[in-house]
Design a protein around this ligand. Structure first.
Ligand code: F6P
Length: 365
């Protein structure tokens, strides 16, 4: 008989399509298969710090599979061991781990399922070290978490970005313009690369490969000489010119990840226009990529992750994150995940595939 009676579940970091699918899978599976109670922690670690925790019933999680966001709420700032607190208008960082652990015990939870990105896994590691048993579930549209081939949410974001690139085509073609679409992804280009490939973008510019403006302008001019009077550019928010800087949209002082990227499409569009005289237009997709209903792929992945996380918790196997390797769900120690970023490696086959079909990566490789 399992000694686990009650498990808490939280979603941390930025929201992402498929979070509700995981919450549903964890909750239903723990209740149905193991007769274990589930507690929903509100707003990620913030709710654990403040004891905002409510029971989750089977009915509470019915009908949420297709819904984006998270019914629990989330926070990308809360950190029980290093919590940003404003004291007399000054930002200070406090260790609130004692009160957090006290809340965990007060609510009689035996373990947590923490759904989040590398930041959530890094905080989970700190709580594991302080005695809280945790199972991790990786989420992010960026697909940049160490140890897993795929995170849920990524496929949905790729689908949205690819559709945006498809739609941009008609205006680019009709007006003979260079149209840029900026995608999210921070320092990893997976989202841009897959969306660019899926939509046949002419240029795909990634954070991992600093672009050369000469290469880009030559490529566009050559297309023009062949009668192709428009070009579509998929550009990552983290892309930058060789020898240049990334474009920072804002600094969020009280966030563990302070830098928010954004705006490279506008800068690059202006540079191309100055250099070639062609008309350019830039579209920054932003949070559209994180919104709405998850794709069936993400729903299935999120459900598989959630059921495995529930199985691990019920069996008392903690301190691992569930992950996808090939088509298998595996586990990776949470201690190995936090603070790392899985960027596109130089030998990634998809880079060769893009070039093989005539897309430029904006650089001579
Ligand atoms: O990590 C997910 C992500 O959407 C990134 O792609 C993006 O850079 C960042 O979060 C945006 O953060 P925020 O929602 O705080 O603006």
């Amino acid at each position: 008989m399992s000694k686990i009676r009650r498990v808490g579940v939280l979603t941390g970091g930025g929201d992402c399509p498929g979070l509700n699918a995981v919450i549903r899978a964890v909750t239903k599976s723990l209740i149905l298969e193991n007769n274990i109670e589930v507690m929903g922690i509100e707003d990620g670690f913030q709710g654990l710090i403040e004891n905002r925790i409510r029971p989750l019933s089977f009915d509470d999680v019915s009908g949420i599979l297709q819904i984006g966001g998270t019914i629990l709420g989330t926070s990308n700032k809360a950190n029980p061991v290093n919590q940003p607190v404003l004291v007399n208008g000054k930002l200070e960082y406090h260790d609130l781990s004692k009160q957090t652990i006290a809340n965990f015990k007060k609510r009689k939870m035996d373990a947590l399922v923490c759904i989040g990105g590398d930041g959530t896994m890094a905080i989970s590691k700190e709580l594991i070290d302080r005695g809280i048993p945790i199972v991790g579930v990786p989420k992010t549209i960026d697909n940049d978490i160490y140890g897993t081939d795929y995170t849920f949410g990524h496929d949905t974001a790729v689908t949205i970005a690819a559709e945006a690139l498809d739609r941009i085509h008609t205006t680019a073609q009709s007006h003979h313009r260079v149209m840029l679409v900026e995608t999210m992804g921070r320092y990893a280009g997976w989202l841009t690369l897959r969306a660019g490939l899926a939509s046949g973008a002419d240029l795909i510019l990634l954070p991992e490969l600093d672009y050369d403006l000469d290469v880009i302008c030559d490529f566009i001019s050559k297309r023009g000489k062949k009668g192709r009077r428009f070009s579509i550019i998929a550009v990552s928010e983290g892309a930058k010119e060789q020898g240049g800087e990334r474009v920072v949209r804002r600094i969020v002082e009280d966030s563990p990840e302070k830098i928010r990227l954004g705006g490279i499409a506008i800068k690059l569009g202006n540079d191309i226009e100055d250099r070639t005289g062609l008309v350019t237009r830039a579209t920054v997709l932003g949070h559209l990529q994180r919104g709405g209903s998850p794709t069936p792929f993400d729903r299935v992945l999120a459900t598989r992750f959630g059921v495995r996380a529930a199985d691990l918790a019920a069996a008392g196997q903690f301190n691992d994150m569930v992950a996808l390797q090939g088509d298998s769900i595996i586990t990776v120690p949470i201690a190995e995940v936090g603070g790392k970023t899985r960027i596109i490696p130089v030998d990634e086959p998809l880079l060769d595939v893009a070039e093989a079909v005539g897309s430029s990566l904006g650089v001579v490789r």
